[in-house]
Design a protein around this ligand. Structure first.
Ligand code: NAP
Length: 352
């Protein structure tokens, strides 16, 4: 890819989402004109923070209605753009009635729609896909199949399916679809960003995202009786958004970038929040023993397979390709949690 001029706009799909909102902000700060796609222009509760950004950067941000499941929906917004950042995809964890319709169709057909729009535009030179660490592995137990006991850019999730970890399945199928679309054309190159579990302050007051839900549930005492030893690689939303910015604007960026800081379990996360805000929240102080989890799993919408293949198994990820090539260091998670809790307080979503 040649050096990108700032003469052409860039498109961010799902612009009102948690990660995308930071990306939109960083793109505007870097001088790009941004087109943001949202599902509904009428629902201002979802877009008010983008409307504020549009006031701060006059004439630089426009919003466009588009739906992942409507063919051709992104064509107009992609016309004349140099880069497409495709972040939109349903992020829902837990029990889902119809995972094909709720998760896989919007993720896979949506990716095809957006990438077709990039091809039809004739101007797009690069597509950055927000994939996920879930496209790299499904269950922590998959670590046993890795060469060196750590997940890297060469690994692919082969353990998820429609009936086992369907969100992870939707992400790996969407990334595969993206690489397949890329291989059938020659006008744009593809870079994927594969974040771990994303936390950190939100630019909006939305609480419908999975990241926000998990933190709020912890702060509000949902797990005060005990939490689970589920290991995830946490990462700050600002680092994830910056990685997208680099992935879309550095000509040499290529392939997959795992964007993951520390691999910790949910009790360790609670302990670190407790250190930042001692005694302020009813956070979990202990782990629920694994045998008890087998008993409780069916009532919590979880399976025995999940307990066997996920609980108590660290799943380290090598997230250094990103930091080495793009020249940054991950924020410490203490800062991520502190800033996130302070944002929730400032927005009236928690009180202490
Ligand atoms: P989010 O705030 O829920 O954002 C998801 C976005 O997708 C929203 O803007 C939503 O639009 C859009 N979307 C969902 N279904 C759509 C449809 N049918 N048509 C058009 N847009 C649709 O979640 P997020 O955490 O920022 O996630 C953004 C991306 O990062 C997703 O691809 C997710 O898989 C990936 N990811 C997230 C994490 C994490 O920990 N948060 C980790 C790894 C990867 P509305 O604004 O209209 O609701």
């Amino acid at each position: 890819m040649k050096n990108l001029t700032k003469d052409r706009p860039v498109l961010v799909t799902g612009a009102a989402g948690y990660i995308a909102s930071w990306l939109v902000r960083y793109l505007l700060e870097a001088g790009y004109s941004v087109r943001g796609s949202v599902r509904s222009l009428k629902d201002q509760s979802k877009t008010e923070h983008l409307l504020r950004l549009s006031d701060q950067f006059p004439g630089k941000l426009t919003l466009h209605e588009a739906d992942l499941l409507k063919e051709g929906s992104f064509d107009q917004a992609a016309q004349g753009c140099s880069v497409v950042y495709h972040t939109a995809s349903p992020f829902i964890i837990g029990k889902i009635k119809d995972p094909q319709r709720t998760l896989v169709d919007p993720a896979v057909r949506g990716t095809r729609n957006v990438l077709d729009a990039a091809t039809k535009s004739g101007t797009v030179q690069r597509v950055v896909l927000t994939s996920s660490i879930a496209s790299v592995y499904g269950d922590p137990a998959d670590i046993r199949q890795t060469a060196n006991g750590v997940f890297t850019e060469v690994d692919w999730n082969t353990s998820s399916s429609l009936t086992h970890e369907p969100y992870a399945y939707s992400k790996v199928m969407a990334e595969k679809e993206a690489w397949s679309c890329w291989s059938k054309q020659a006008s744009w190159d593809l870079v994927t960003v594969n974040p771990g579990f994303v936390l950190g302050p939100s630019l909006s007051k939305r609480v419908d995202g999975a990241s926000m839900g998990l933190l709020l549930d912890n702060l509000k005492g949902k797990y005060k009786g005990g939490t689970i030893a589920l290991y995830m690689s946490h990462v700050d939303v600002r680092d994830v958004a910056n990685t997208h910015l680099f992935a879309g604007t550095r000509p040499e960026a290529k392939g997959r970038y795992l964007c993951c800081s520390e691999n910790i379990n949910l009790l360790e996360m609670a302990q670190r929040i407790e250190r930042e805000f001692p005694g302020k929240f009813a956070l979990p102080k202990q782990l629920v023993p694994k045998p008890l989890l087998y008993l409780a799993a069916p009532f919590l919408g979880r399976t025995w397979k999940f307990v066997t293949r996920a609980i108590g198994i660290p799943a380290p990820v090598d997230g250094t390709r990103c930091t080495k090539e793009f020249g940054f260091t991950y924020r410490p998670l203490s800062e991520t949690y502190r800033d996130h809790v302070l944002q929730l307080k400032a927005d009236g979503l928690v009180s202490f």
